[in-house]
Design a protein around this ligand. Structure first.
Ligand SMILES: Nc1ncnc2c1ncn2[C@@H]1O[C@H](COP(=O)(O)OP(=O)(O)OP(=O)(O)O)[C@@H](O)[C@H]1O
Ligand SMILES: [Mg+2]
Length: 276
């Protein structure tokens, strides 16, 4: 990918971040919605017909595990509330949406995700796989997308815009928190709060580095034998300062991590909702 394209992607993601606090007041055409049901967060993104980010909302929640809806009623509740709030804030109808599932998710599990989104009175017009959504933002045609979220590490290799290889491994940001929780003898929620404090991250890095190295080793193994020019790092776990460096040291391929890696897939899902 040419550098300009990555910079444009970063601008788009930064714009989406600021629209989550301050929604756009005027937009073009029909609004399109993306719903990301993650292990750690439910995120709703709204873009206009031209792909301009308009608004967004996020709620930490444990309603999904590895792409599987484990708390259906909880998921319905959260999605309904987030979408309803966005309708009120924007004073607009939100009619159609896209959602995403990890690659290789079977029909039955994709259907559960679709039903959750439909419960918010949204017509689901597209169900994409997560790396495809992320690449809609990043403009990746050739390379690997590595998504380290709360519960899992998703590895996808793209060739000429098509996903040609995928893998999912059960290690993510939650495991960083578990290490800290064990080390300090703190409940999970307190360890999570400590991890999210950017001021604490330099002193915590040596404790979580072994888990980061494990993730990097997993990724390295999956990339073996593939001709991958660049590895794109997305997912909230990469917000931990130092993780991107650990990845770069372990991989022979250049890595690129956009601003706000947590928001890439949700924004991409909205962009995958067809206009009109
Ligand atoms: N500023 C931050 N510093 C460190 N970690 C962070 C930060 N922000 C978010 N995280 C971590 O990122 C993870 C959530 O990322 P994300 O929202 O991408 O996951 P998800 O999509 O819900 O999960 P998955 O993709 O595994 O289903 C959590 O483990 C959270 O602790
Ligand atoms: Mg995710």
């Amino acid at each position: 990918m040419i550098k300009g394209q990555f910079e444009r992607a970063n601008e788009l993601i930064a714009t989406f971040r600021s629209r989550m606090d301050e929604p756009l007041k005027a937009w073009q055409g029909r609004l399109r919605v993306g719903v990301d049901l993650g292990t750690a967060n439910v995120v709703v993104a709204v873009v206009d017909e031209t792909g301009q980010p308009v608004a967004g909302a996020l709620k930490p929640a444990q309603v999904v595990r590895d792409g599987l809806v484990v708390d259906y009623a909880g998921a319905v509740n959260i999605v309904r509330r987030l979408v309803e709030n966005l309708r009120v804030t924007l004073g607009a109808e939100l009619l159609t949406a896209a959602t995403a599932v990890p690659p290789g998710t079977g029909d039955r599990d994709s259907r559960a995700t679709r039903y959750v989104v439909e419960s918010a009175e949204l017509q689901v017009v597209n169900v994409v796989d997560e790396p495809t959504a992320a690449s809609a933002v990043l403009g990746v045609r050739d390379g690997a997308v590595v998504d380290v979220g709360g519960g899992t590490t998703g590895i996808s290799i793209l060739k000429e815009g098509e996903v040609v290889y995928t893998a999912d491994e059960p290690t993510g940001g939650t495991h960083f928190t578990l290490v800290l929780s064990g080390h300090y003898g703190l409940p999970f929620s307190e360890a999570e709060a400590m991890k999210l404090d950017p001021g604490r991250q330099p002193e915590l890095l040596p404790l979580v580095r072994p888990v980061m190295e494990k993730v990097a080793a997993i990724v390295r193994r999956h990339l073996e034998g593939w001709d991958v020019p660049t590895v794109y790092l997305v997912g909230g776990a990469f917000s931990f300062h130092g993780f991107v460096d650990v990845m770069q040291r372990q991989l022979d391929v250049p890595v690129l991590c956009p601003v706000e890696p947590l928001l890439v897939t949700p924004l991409g899902i909205a962009l995958c909702c067809p206009a009109g």
